[in-house]
Write a protein that binds this ligand. Structure first.
Ligand code: CA
Length: 527
């Protein structure tokens, strides 16, 4: 079917829709239908926990087949090795993805009480207006209700792992089961019932592997006897950097909770009302399987009376086992979606994307959580399969950012990219052509302070080799040479050898703030 016939048959042409209208991807003679988009977005999935990224954990992840299916998407498609967020925290990253704009423009600068303004332009709205069917299932975390979706069903706030509540236009309802399975069920159910004459854009957004990292029952013990490699910086002393690195509250040592995070329930708990919320939601049967794993582990832990570094090491191991158990379940459920696409004959014309809202610390610098402009939380995994367009096994080097997703999706669908969008489409990169003027630097700004975790607000610029960070409340700067110091253990801001580079990046920071219209007041703002 050619384009005109497709539009006529689907009614899109009669509605004056712009699907395919501005694209050079699909010529009039093109036999392809506009591609569907399956956007799978998890929460806090660090790229260190993916077998398709070359990190310290790659061998371990592969050996234990934690992300085999997601790695298959990468093998059949491509991986972006330099993919970054603009503000490393859940809600703001989601707002940047939806709008293609930095936090100070889309208005959602922190996970605060101020809801996302759903009346503004978002890419799902553009898809919906163009005749795509649009749907969203799972984690939303933007306070206001979703807009731009024909159907949506979301978790309230952070959501729960076991027997979670969901909110839809019909109200709030609890459902039995494990959250990652349920979100996938809802996605597949919608896909199965959708109008097959129209293209779709569906966002399948997982809660996992967000804190407090509750794996499904079948994966509680998969890494029980395994020693997970420790990061070299697990016992970072925060010397040679600005003061905020030492003043945060997100260390595995001091701030990771034994009860709610590590599932060591105090022996004295007998009253079910005192059990931490996530575990209290379990049925008696679920709780039995849960206790069968954690109770003997906790008993051994109490007997060992660990202290100091040994206690940190134990906490790191348990944290990682739970975190990776959550991810293996995501991987299974990604597999269910890929199987559904195959069985429905849609794999060839559906673009599959797997990414997460930001990076995460898996013990690096002694931390869990995110927020910083340091590499582990700045980096976002981005994996894409686009049959016929992206060459299998491609590794892309150019720097992309989450504000680029919206314009990229628009170009993929042949839709007009509004002038006001701050990100840039990377479709030409996907097709193997890097534009001469592709970004050589990116802008970052984190606002949320003081709680939780007391990470000082900062702004900065990253290039391929260097990073400049400004903690403006205390007017402290950091500068890293990422080639010589990839773990960012030594700021060379005051090193005369780098004074020229520092000046260059300060000028670049000023240029980017002008380009992105960063208001002077936002630089002083706290939440
Ligand atoms: Ca997140």
């Amino acid at each position: 079917m050619n384009r005109r016939a497709f539009l006529k048959n689907t009614g899109l042409g009669l509605l004056g829709l712009t699907v395919l209208g501005n694209s050079t991807l699909y010529a009039d003679s093109d036999q392809r239908r506009p591609p569907n988009i399956l956007f799978i977005f998890s929460d806090d999935h660090a790229l260190q926990a993916l077998g398709c990224y070359q990190t310290r954990l790659q061998d371990f992840i592969r050996r234990h087949q934690i992300t085999s299916t997601i790695d298959r998407i990468a093998a059949e498609g491509a991986v972006f090795e330099n993919s970054f967020c603009c503000n490393s925290i859940c809600g703001p990253s989601r707002a940047a993805v939806l709008t293609g704009k930095h936090s100070h423009i889309n208005g959602f600068i922190a996970n605060s009480k101020k809801p996302f303004d759903g009346s503004q332009w978002t890419f799902p709205k553009a898809f919906q207006a163009a005749g795509y069917q649009t749907a969203l299932f799972g984690k939303w975390h933007l306070i206001s209700n979703p807009t731009g979706f024909d159907r949506w069903e979301i978790l309230p706030d952070q959501g729960q792992y076991y027997n979670p509540d969901f909110i839809s236009p019909a109200g709030r309802k609890q459902q039995h089961g494990y959250v990652t399975d349920i979100i996938t069920d809802k996605t597949i159910d919608w896909l199965t019932r959708r109008d097959t004459t129209k293209p779709f854009m569906v966002m399948c957004q997982h809660k996992a592997p967000h804190r407090p990292w509750l794996p499904p029952l079948q994966y509680l013990d998969i890494l029980k006897d395994q020693a997970i490699p420790e990061p070299e910086t697990l016992f970072d002393d925060y010397q040679n950097r600005a003061t905020p690195a030492a003043e945060q509250e997100m260390t595995i040592d001091q701030h990771m909770m034994l009860d709610s995070d590590l599932k060591v329930l105090p022996e004295t708990i007998r009253n079910p009302n005192q059990i931490p919320g996530e575990i209290a939601r379990m049925t008696a049967q679920q709780r039995k399987a849960w206790d069968a794993y954690y109770n003997p582990r906790n008993e051994a832990f109490r007997k060992a009376k660990l202290e100091g570094k040994e206690l940190v090491r134990w906490k790191y191991q348990q944290y990682m086992k739970d975190y990776l158990g959550c991810i293996k379940s995501i991987d299974d459920n990604v597999g269910r979606l890929l199987t559904w696409l195959d069985e429905s004959g849609l794999s060839d014309n559906t673009i599959v994307i797997y990414c997460a809202d930001q990076g995460f610390y898996l013990g690096e610098h002694g931390w869990y959580d995110k927020r910083w402009m340091y590499e582990e939380s700045l980096a976002m995994p981005f994996i894409i399969r686009w049959p016929g367009m992206v060459k299998a096994g491609t590794r892309y080097k150019p720097m992309i950012q989450n504000i680029d997703y919206a314009p990229t999706f628009l170009e993929i669908a042949g839709l007009t990219i509004p002038q006001e969008i701050q990100g840039r489409s990377f479709v030409s990169i996907l097709k193997g052509q890097i534009p001469d003027d592709w970004r050589k630097s990116l802008y970052y700004h984190y606002y949320e302070y003081p709680q939780p975790h007391r990470v000082a607000p900062h702004r900065g610029v990253r290039t391929e080799q260097y990073k400049l960070v400004h903690y403006y409340q205390t007017d402290e700067w950091e500068f890293f040479d990422l080639e010589k110091d990839p773990q960012e253990m030594r700021s060379v801001y005051a090193d005369p050898e780098y004074s020229g580079r520092v000046l260059e990046l300060k000028q670049e920071l000023a240029r980017l703030e002008k380009q992105y219209q960063v208001p002077p007041l936002a630089q002083k703002q706290t939440t």
